[in-house]
Design a protein around this ligand. Structure first.
Ligand SMILES: Nc1ncnc2c1ncn2[C@@H]1O[C@H](COP(=O)(O)OP(=O)(O)OP(=O)(O)O)[C@@H](O)[C@H]1O
Length: 728
């Protein structure tokens, strides 16, 4: 059958001639062997779908029923991405349903003020395509619940994500990671041939196999099915001694391959095969030490090769151990999150598109269940079921691995999985489990601790989602430096972070962060650069491409996208004044600032992310800053959950700085932390005892650290001066 057509790229507005060709892979070089031409007007073959960027999928996998792998090319040339990259990062799952209120909020923010219709669920809006011709014509009907739309004039129609992209033109390209900035290594650390051999090595390490059996109940058969292997990786410990040559700091690792579908043209049977797309390696000695190969490409899923093509159900667990346990016990294909931590990158979503039922089986604690709800939203709540391992038995197992070692029946636990509630109104019965989880996990409710500045955790009790922190201080006092360090600190604990640096270019910020990450000035030791860059690029750290004055709505769209695409939990805006400069010429500057703060405040609450916003003080003076020095009206201090001021005390012998926590809505504890700067690593730390004694008179004059100074015997265990005020 001649297959040739002129296929319209959905909603791009341009027509793209696509020719689907069979991919030929020989000696690592792609070439096309046989071509099909599609004639205008004909359709894609049954079962095929076309992604918004032109990739062809069959039931979510880039194949045809005859196991052909297709590629697209346009007049701009061939697209020779390797198979696992065929997945477009712009692809949203077709199952996605917006959250209640999301549609209306978006329309208002983009000045698409809708008109009511007789049907409560349907609103009328202007069509962006027809509008230039008929300026007042409300020709689009949009469903406020699921966001699907249709224009009665130009017949454009699509999903909610299509409409959003039509209006904002927001894309992944506004958010980049360190690899896209040229930091680190974009390709494999080991050769693909070496990687394929890792699984054969496992049987030479009976002690490792024994540990899996004895500690986790995972059998050799399961390990072999998942192609778990053994390999040596260099320098995966973050504290590997710098004196040892990097090549010598080898670590024996257990490898967990992420598999992606592929087609080998040499193979006459035309059978779909799977290849290792990425390796996750844990040190045999210490599971805390982990590396990925390649470091930053997110592709493939653990155990994906075990899913039969016709299978419509999959279990998504938090880690490899849980996935293997669940598969072993239930015989249902099980995979795990691709990264280290609660992230489900959009590159992975198309691999999950073919499933009509997805069990999400993460840890049954506050963070795990929050993540499960977030992923269900991302994957489409109608096809997801969330597993609660404890099954209301509150001293029950927290995850699948523990359930097996406690002798529980995993099939039974799975059968009690529940869908996520659609409704906004919940009764106490719905909330009971969540409340109990919070009661028995107080540490997780408090938030993530700072490892670099424990005193900050002592006062603020941790870094929590849903809060707005205002950070201020005199010009050039080190605000960006501290936030870079703190964000890195939380990011290392798995907090996916988005930086909006409107004042300094991303590359300079990333350089500062890399120096802090390495803990040394890499320009004095350039040989170390690549090692640190490779580790750095494995962190979930993203950057907004915007610089200087940027419309708040555009920033919010990009933040929304980053939350969907990269599961961002912490957003840093540096700084408010630069972001809104040159805007609102005819409106009051303070009013614009207030409106912006309100928008970010609402965003933090709605999306359950922590936003840290740098705000310049009203004027630079040598006096210590206070809440009233921040700027504008009292709005900012009302809206913020935390206010931190970087204070600078100038003296003839130099200056001293301390972090002043002026507001803490969580439990009201306020306090001050004297800090010192280490120029070599560009990091700050608590002021050391000896130094504190030397400069104590400066603080004593200001009556900041009375309690602190009276107890300097044992500096490390000494508490910073804090006081608690009642929370309003
Ligand atoms: N605590 C500190 N002591 C001395 N120097 C510091 C300290 N913190 C940062 N620096 C240095 O001061 C310079 C300015 O730092 P940074 O850009 O972080 O300040 P900032 O407050 O964000 O500046 P701006 O007000 O322009 O936004 C940098 O060169 C940095 O290395």
């Amino acid at each position: 059958m001649p297959l040739s057509t002129n296929v319209t790229r959905p909603f791009s507005g341009s027509r793209l001639l696509l020719k689907f060709q069979r991919l030929h892979i020989s000696s690592g070089v792609s070439s096309f062997t046989r071509g099909f031409a599609f004639h205008q007007g004909s359709r894609l073959p049954p079962g095929f779908s076309l992604s918004s960027r032109g990739s062809v999928f069959h039931r979510g996998v880039a194949i045809s029923p005859r196991s052909f792998v297709f590629r697209t090319f346009s007049s701009s040339g061939f697209d020779f991405r390797s198979l696992h990259e065929v997945v477009s990062p712009n692809d949203y799952t077709k199952y996605y349903i917006p959250k209640p209120g999301e549609v209306l909020d978006f329309l208002n923010r983009h000045y698409q003020f809708p008109r009511k219709t007789n049907n409560d669920k349907v609103l009328k809006i202007k069509c962006p395509k027809c509008r230039p011709k008929k300026s007042n014509f409300f020709s689009i009907e949009i469903n406020v619940n699921d966001g699907t739309y249709r224009c009665n004039e130009c017949m454009t129609k699509g999903t909610w994500k299509d409409y959003m992209q039509l209006i904002t033109k927001t894309s992944t390209f506004q958010v980049i990671n360190s690899t896209q900035m040229g930091i680190g290594c974009p390709s494999y650390l080991s050769s693909p041939e070496e990687i394929e051999q890792y699984s054969n090595e496992l049987q030479n390490y009976p002690k490792v196999i024994e540990k899996f059996e004895n500690n986790h109940g995972i059998t050799l058969t399961t390990l072999l099915a998942y192609k778990v292997g053994i390999a040596t990786y260099c320098n995966i410990k973050s504290n590997s001694s710098i004196e040892i040559s990097r090549q010598d700091a080898k670590e024996l690792c257990i490898t967990f391959p992420r598999m992606a579908p592929c087609f080998d043209d040499q193979d006459q049977d035309n059978i779909l095969r799977y290849k290792v797309a990425r390796i996750k390696a844990y040190s045999v000695e210490d599971y805390e030490f982990i590396t990925f190969d390649p470091p930053s490409v997110h592709s493939g899923l653990f155990g994906y090769h075990l899913v039969p093509l016709e299978c419509e159900t999959i279990i998504l667990t938090g880690n490899e151990y849980d996935a293997m346990t669940v598969y072993q016990e239930t015989q249902i294909p099980a995979t795990c999150l691709p990264n280290n931590g609660y992230q489900l990158p959009i590159e992975i979503l198309p691999l999950l598109e073919r499933f009509s039922k997805i069990y999400i089986w993460l840890n049954d604690d506050v963070q795990g269940q929050d993540a499960a709800e977030k992923f269900a939203q991302k994957l489409g709540i109608d096809r997801c079921l969330i597993v609660n391992t404890r099954c209301n038995n509150f001293d029950g197992p927290i995850n699948a691995s523990q359930a097996l070692t406690m002798g529980k029946n995993l099939n039974e636990i799975l059968s009690l999985a529940k869908p996520l509630q659609h409704e906004q109104i919940l009764n106490f019965d719905n909330l009971k489990e969540a409340v109990y989880r919070e009661v028995i996990n107080p540490g997780q409710v408090r938030g993530i601790s700072s490892k670099d500045l424990p005193a900050l955790t002592q006062i603020l009790k941790g870094h929590r989602p849903g809060e707005l922190t205002i950070f201020t201080g005199p010009t050039g006092s080190g605000k960006t430096t501290i936030l870079s360090q703190l964000s890195l600190d939380y990011c290392k604990s798995g907090v996916s972070t988005l930086w909006g640096s409107f004042e300094i270019p991303n590359i300079r910020l990333a350089k500062k962060m890399l120096t802090q990450f390495a803990g040394e000035d890499l320009s004095k030791n350039p040989g170390e650069f690549m090692n640190w860059a490779q580790k750095f690029q494995q962190l979930p750290m993203y950057f907004l491409k915007f610089f200087g004055s940027t419309e708040v709505s555009t920033v919010i769209d990009a933040m929304n996208h980053a939350i969907y695409a990269f599961d961002v939990q912490h957003i840093i805006i540096d700084n408010l004044q630069f972001m809104i400069s040159e805007q609102g010429k005819f409106t009051d500057r303070w009013e614009l600032q207030d409106r912006t703060i309100s928008a970010f405040r609402r965003f933090a609450t709605d999306k359950n992310v922590h936003i840290t916003m740098v705000v310049h003080p009203k004027k630079d003076s040598r006096e210590l800053l206070d809440m009233s020095s921040i700027f504008g009206s009292a709005k900012i201090s009302q809206e913020a959950d935390n206010v931190i001021i970087l204070q600078k005390i100038e003296s003839e012998d130099g200056d001293e700085r301390y972090l002043h926590i002026k507001k803490n809505r969580f439990d009201g504890t306020l306090g001050a932390i004297p800090i010192e700067f280490i120029p070599n690593s560009l990091k700050i730390r608590h002021l050391r005892k000896k130094k504190f004694q030397e400069v104590n008179h400066l603080f004593a004059d200001k009556q900041i650290f009375e309690k602190y100074s009276s107890n300097t015997k044992n500096w490390r265990s000494c508490k910073p001066f804090t006081r608690t005020i009642p929370v309003s």
